[in-house]
Ligand binder design. Structure first.
Ligand code: ATP
Ligand code: MG
Length: 231
């Protein structure tokens, strides 16, 4: 179990390729994130950022090296409880036809409306929530087609915050976001990042300004890893 309140993450000489005949997507990647610190992960399209997140979530295994969580190889933890302690907001957010409530709770019916509204409030999303036509009963269309990409992200943040994961991974969408939603997103991220170990994958420097460390990947290798502000 990953019951420790504070979790450190270490990538120890990790190399990975998706297929034997494919190029190495991650090459000898090493870095260490102390417990409850945040890392901004930058790099060009295809540099391996989402792959790194997938490895951490154990959707794939590295061919070489190890990922250590509080010093223990992540493969030694029971998969279900391990994954339950990691919250991911990825580039594709799954939304379905139904109420805003169901899209937030994913049908976990022990979650009360009061809890949801409290989370929305703590994420600083009250204004956005008030703009929804029917509150938690607001209908979301299939794939969230009646929402902007930014709004879909706000729903995903609320979902993740409800789970209170010890590790948080945000894989920022490249989609264009209006300045108001962007400000909301940045504020919500700042709340989400408190008291967890976080990896924030970003295409814009503004999002990672407030992280403790910056990691830059280039063609699957670590180009930089340093305290943010030192680079
Ligand atoms: P972006 O900024 O566009 O999100 P990224 O840094 O997240 O890019 P990855 O998605 O990690 O990049 O991809 C890194 C490399 O791995 C790319 O060359 C990509 O083609 C390859 N790749 C990604 N997913 C798969 C997969 N499921 N099977 C095979 N190759 C993959
Ligand atoms: Mg990606």
């Amino acid at each position: 179990h990953l019951m420790d309140p504070a979790i450190s993450i270490q990538f120890d000489h990790v190399s990975f390729r998706y297929d034997d005949d494919q190029h190495q997507v991650l090459r000898n990647v090493s870095f260490q994130i102390p417990a409850n610190k945040t890392v901004g992960l930058l790099g060009k399209t295809g540099s391996g950022k989402s792959t790194l997140a997938r490895l951490l979530f154990r959707m794939c295994d590295p061919q070489e090296g190890a990922i250590r969580i509080n010093g223990t190889d992540s493969r030694e933890y029971a998969l279900d409880s391990f994954r339950a302690s990691i919250g991911i907001v990825s580039q594709s957010i799954e939304l379905f036809a139904g109420s805003l409530r169901d899209n937030i709770t994913m049908y976990k019916d022990h979650i009360t409306d009061e809890q949801i509204v409290q989370i929305i409030d703590r994420l600083g999303l009250c204004d956005w929530f008030r703009s929804m036509a029917d509150g938690l009963d607001t209908r979301i269309e299939r794939d969230g087609s009646n929402l902007s990409g930014g709004e879909a992200q706000l729903i995903a943040f609320t979902r993740v915050f409800l789970c209170n994961p010890r590790i948080l991974i945000l894989d920022e969408a490249t989609s264009r976001i209006d300045p108001i939603t962007e400000r909301r997103i940045e504020k919500a991220i700042a709340v989400l990042m408190k008291n967890r170990t976080c990896i924030i994958i970003a295409h814009r420097l503004s999002t990672v300004r407030n992280t403790d460390y910056t990691l830059v990947l280039q063609e699957g290798s670590v180009l930089e890893f340093d305290e943010t502000g030192c680079l």
